[in-house]
Design a protein. Sequence first.
Length: 237
Amino acid sequence: MQNETLPGSGLSIGIIMDGNGRWAKKRGLPRTMGHKKGAEVFMDIGRYCSDIGVESVFFYAFSTENWIRPADEVSGIMRLFGEYLIKAFDYKKDNIRLKFLGDRSRLPAEYQARMQELEEGSADRTGMTLNICMNYGGRDEIAHAARTLAAKVQAGELRPEEIDVERMSGAMYTAGQKDPDFILRPSGEKRLSNFMLWQAAYSELIELDKLWPDFTRADLDAAIAEFNRRSRRFGGV
Ligand code: FPP
């Protein structure tokens, strides 16, 4: 149930969890330790988003390009993700719906099965939707949507001239969800890095000079306050 008086009420937020590697390097630790701390912050901020009434949140956990990282770093992130897939069964009491966005075909079969179980088991919940973008790429998502619609055309279920923005949106992994009101990127970088390219058309970009493992609930409050000060015109005046 959405409570209109909460600070995050009705908001859709995208979060690029950046800076884990630098956080670890600054402490002389292996990069995987930065991801471990980043995963703890992700757990806490996910719950906090739900507590403050956020409608949907999208966390960028692993991109279609991240496979080129050193093998031990990739396996470290996958291990953290696997641990999360077990912990996430606890979301029942928070009424959180879970969704995984991205191409799962490259993930281990047991992960794919758990992801499906978590999505199906939480589909009827009425609280926040927590989206995890795993092996996700914005360009890959757009290509996937194009293939889905092309197959419908080939099957005679759709005419090419019927393909419009609404149908494209409906063929994205985010079908039925609100586009992000703002996308938050800690670590001082000012790039989308292939995150939600279709959905970010009118998202406000909020960057923060702090690394993701140092990100706090107060930083999210500050980002929401910053978003509320922005004037959005959606192409109008
Ligand atoms: C970007 O920081 C971060 C990632 C590529 C991985 C994010 C993964 C997690 C927070 C944990 C796993 C996810 C779940 C859902 C449990 P970077 O490594 O590029 O940082 P840098 O720019 O400082 O090197």
